[in-house]
Design a protein. Structure first.
Length: 323
C-alpha cells in the first residue's frame, strides 16, 4: 500500500467548526509537482509536527487560484492524488483541498486565518514560503499572518526558498523544462522523473496487427513533453491507493502519422507484458527521450523501428536485453 496522505475536499458545503480531530502543523500552498523546494518545506513541517505532537497536514487548493482570479491555470505537473502520495512519503498524514471558487476568493485574510486555519483545521503551527499571500486580492502578507497567529493561537514559520545553481526550485521552472523536452532539468527540479497518468482506453488497436500491442491513456492531466518516443517506467494505480510496478516500456506521444492519426495520443508498449489493462489507471515516468516522432513508409518499417526503440529503452532503463 502506498503511504498516501488522506485527502479531504473542502467547499462551501463543508459544515462550520472543527474538521480535524487533532491539532496540526499545517503547510499552506499549491504544491503542484511537489518539487524539491516543496519537499524541503514539507519535511520541516513534518519534523515540527512530530516534535510537538501535532498531525503533519497540508492545505492546498483546487482548481489553481489562477483559474479563478488570474489569467488561467497552468497545466499541472501532478494530480491531487499523486501529490497526496508524494506528500505521504515525506510523512504528511492529511491533505485538505479547499475548492477555490469566486466565493472563497472573496474571503478576507482574517476570515481565512480564523475560520479555516485556526478553527476548522486546528493549526498550531503554520509553515509557509517567503512569498506567501492570502485572502481576497492577496491582501494578507506575512506580517498580518503572524499577527493573526498570535491572536488565534498558531505559530508562523517562514521557510526559505530552496534553489540550485540554475535558480530557485519552482513549479514554473519544472513545467517549462517538461514542455521544452528538457527531462534532465525537470528531474533536477522535481527530484524524480516527470510522470503522466490516465486511464487505459480503447484505441484503433493497430499495434496488435504488428505484434506490438499498446496501452493508450486518456485523458492525461499532466503537462506533456514535445511529441516523440520515450523510455518510461510504468505503474498500475489501484483504486485502494496501491501502486504496482509494471515492466518498463516505450511511449509514443504524438499524432501517429504512419497510421494516419488525427489526434494527439499517449500510447505505451510495455516490454514483456501480456495482459488486459483496459479501464485501469497507469502512470508513466518519463526516463529518457529516444527520438522524434516520424512517419514511416509502412507498418513493416514502423515495426522494425519499434524493435530498435525497445533495445534502446532497455538500455536507458537498465533492463537486461530481451532473450
Amino acid at each position: 500500500m502506498s503511504p498516501r496522505a488522506a485527502l479531504r475536499i473542502l467547499d462551501d458545503a463543508t459544515p462550520a467548526g472543527p474538521l480535524a480531530a487533532e491539532a496540526c502543523a499545517l503547510v499552506v500552498g499549491n504544491f503542484d509537482g511537489v518539487h524539491r523546494g516543496h519537499q524541503s518545506v514539507l519535511t520541516e513541517a513534518v519534523q515540527a509536527a512530530r516534535a510537538q505532537g501535532l498531525v503533519p497536514s497540508v492545505l492546498t487548493f483546487d482548481p489553481h487560484p489562477a483559474a479563478v482570479v488570474g489569467g488561467g491555470a497552468p497545466p499541472v505537473l501532478t494530480t491531487l492524488e499523486h501529490r497526496a502520495e508524494l506528500m505521504g512519503v515525506l510523512g504528511v498524514e492529511r491533505v485538505y483541498v479547499r475548492t477555490f471558487d469566486a466565493g472563497f476568493a472573496s474571503w478576507e485574510p482574517e476570515r481565512f486565518a480564523r475560520d479555516l486555519v485556526a478553527e476548522a483545521l486546528r493549526a498550531r503551527v503554520v509553515v509557509v514560503g517567503q512569498n506567501f499571500r492570502f485572502g481576497a486580492k492577496r491582501a494578507g502578507d506575512l506580517a498580518l499572518l503572524r499577527s493573526l497567529g498570535a491572536e488565534l493561537g498558531f505559530e508562523v514559520r517562514v521557510h526559505g526558498i530552496a534553489s540550485d545553481a540554475n535558480g530557485p526550485f519552482s513549479s514554473t521552472r519544472a513545467r517549462e523544462a517538461v514542455a521544452a523536452g528538457a527531462l534532465d532539468e525537470a528531474e533536477r527540479v522535481l527530484g524524480r522523473s516527470h510522470a503522466l497518468s490516465g486511464v487505459v482506453v480503447h484505441g484503433q488497436e493497430r499495434g496488435r496487427t504488428i505484434n506490438v500491442p499498446t496501452a493508450n491513456i486518456a485523458p492525461v492531466a499532466e503537462v506533456l513533453p514535445p511529441d516523440g518516443v520515450y523510455a518510461v517506467r510504468a505503474e498500475l494505480l489501484e483504486d485502494d491507493g496501491e501502486v504496482v510496478a509494471l515492466p518498463g516500456g516505450v511511449t509514443n506521444i504524438g499524432m501517429r502519422p504512419t497510421v494516419g492519426g488525427t489526434s494527439r495520443t499517449v500510447e505505451t508498449y510495455l516490454l514483456g507484458f501480456a495482459g488486459d489493462l483496459y479501464d485501469q489507471r497507469l502512470r508513466l515516468h518519463l526516463v529518457a527521450r529516444l527520438r522524434d516522432e516520424q512517419k514511416f513508409a509502412g507498418l513493416d518499417e514502423l515495426r522494425a523501428q519499434i524493435t530498435l526503440d525497445c533495445i534502446q529503452a532497455r538500455r536507458k532503463l537498465g533492463l537486461p536485453e530481451a532473450g
